[in-house]
Design a protein around this ligand. Structure first.
Ligand code: AMP
Ligand code: MG
Length: 418
């Protein structure tokens, strides 16, 4: 008799997975290796930024008081007493009618309180003239205007991107406390599977899920261990799952989670004593997506159908892995778009459609990326997003506003829309 499974809603399934995520602890990492990691400590300004008043332009540092009354008819003259390049400091304060030639990034000399841009002057032999007054503080990049010493700038749990690295470098973090990353195992199950390099033979297909998941992990900067392909043999499959679990923090399997005669993953979970969080999700594709936990390890049983496999990874595995590596904002980023095509087929389950979004004069428009069944592989290749169509009896027509899940974004978000 075929087992009856009770579907749970996608958002509930995601919540269940996240509720079982355990962070892996922290480690110190050299700054140049922190891209894509998650901060385990907040960034608190160690000093003011900038740490001294400086010039934002190439020009002349002057006393604003000396520019009072300057106009086209009454040009005011200044004597240049020296030059300050970036990285140097002035050797003396300026006096009345004096100016320093100053370069972008150089510290403002004592007594100066304005910078005149080169373009605003007419240069003479030992100085220059100007035709407009400057107010105190004009064209000065003030100490602490960007960040004040002691200020909390970035929270712990934030993904490190190039901008974060700039900030860490600014404060002299040669090493950074980051959350540890999980090692993820990948196992493709199915007697029909051939290696990528093998010629096609009747009844067989090449394993596309394994390389796809490896790349989905790659773009998150996550190390993986591949357990290759495994025929649909219960004992052999159970043995390799067990071995993989001993060596990794998370195991992603593809195929074998349905209710077919050769779908052995459910029996393997039972054998291992893993707790199945859910084995049916109210979504298309990927309704058979199963997630189980064993101790502190997560097992993602993704459908063998390529589109379902891809979607299951992005919806469940990605946020869980981001959560394990410390992210406080692990969810897939989303935005809304106008539907560029009718999608009239009603669906009892939430539908995720591989799609392409682009900016048009009418705003952001998304259209399906071609053949869109759960076994499709071509539309995954063409798509840059997933259109989310909530379940219901109605279809969706061109111009309706829909949610999009964005793929490949560096950073996640902290809320969940579905
Ligand atoms: P399953 O989830 O095992 O029932 O497989 C569903 C469908 O996906 C079947 O048509 C399989 O042949 C196909 N499939 C399973 N594993 C893979 C894989 N690694 N790469 C591509 N297709 C697969
Ligand atoms: Mg199978």
């Amino acid at each position: 008799m075929v087992e009856m499974r009770k579907p749970i809603q996608v958002a509930e399934a995601v919540r269940l997975v996240i509720a079982h995520v355990q962070a892996l602890g922290t480690e110190q990492v050299a700054l140049e290796h922190t891209y894509g990691r998650v901060l385990a400590e907040p960034i608190i300004a160690k000093h003011d930024v900038p740490s001294f008043d400086r010039s934002p332009y190439d020009g002349f540092a002057v006393r604003a008081a000396d520019t009072v009354g300057a106009s086209g008819e009454n040009r005011v003259a200044f004597t240049v007493i020296g030059e300050i390049g970036a990285g140097y400091v002035a050797d003396r304060a300026i006096g009345e009618g004096e100016a320093y030639r100053i370069m972008t990034g150089a510290p403002i000399p004592m007594n100066a309180d304005a910078v005149v841009m080169l373009e605003q002057t007419v240069e003479g032999t030992d100085g220059f003239t100007l035709r407009k007054p400057f107010s105190p503080g004009e064209n000065i990049s003030f100490k602490g205007e960007d960040a004040k010493e002691g200020e909390l700038l970035i929270e712990a749990g934030t993904l490190i991107h190039p901008g974060t690295i700039a900030l860490l470098a600014t404060f002299g973090y040669a090493e950074v406390a980051v959350a540890k990353r999980p090692v993820v195992g990948i196992l493709s199950t199915g007697t029909e599977l051939l290696a990528v390099s093998e010629p096609l033979v009747p009844g067989k297909i090449r394993n596309s899920n394994g390389p796809m998941i490896a790349a989905q992990l790659d773009r998150m900067g996550i190390a993986y261990q591949s357990y290759g392909m495994q025929e649909d043999d219960l004992d052999a499959c159970a043995a390799i799952v067990e071995k993989a679990l001993a060596e990794t923090d998370v195991l992603i399997t593809t195929g074998g989670v349905s209710v077919g005669d050769y779908d052995h993953l459910p029996a393997i979970y039972e054998r291992l004593g893993a707790k199945v969080l859910f084995n049916k999700v109210a979504m298309r594709p990927g309704s058979v997506t199963t997630v189980a936990v064993l101790g502190d390890k997560l097992l993602f049983g993704l459908s063998g159908n390529p589109s379902a496999c891809f979607t299951g990874f992005e919806l469940f595995a990605r946020p869980a892995i981001l959560g394990m590596m410390g992210s406080q904002t692990p969810y897939v980023p989303h935005m809304t778009a106008k539907l560029g095509e009718d999608i009239l087929k009603p669906n009892p389950f939430t539908r995720f459609i591989r799609a392409i979004w682009e900016m048009t004069p009418e705003g952001i428009v998304a259209v399906p990326a071609g053949f869109n069944k759960s076994n499709a592989v071509s539309s995954i290749a063409r798509g840059n997003c997933l259109i989310v169509l909530p379940s219901g009896t109605r279809g969706y027509t061109t111009g309706m506003t829909v949610d999009l899940l964005l793929l490949g974004a560096e950073q996640g978000v902290g809320e969940w829309v579905l």
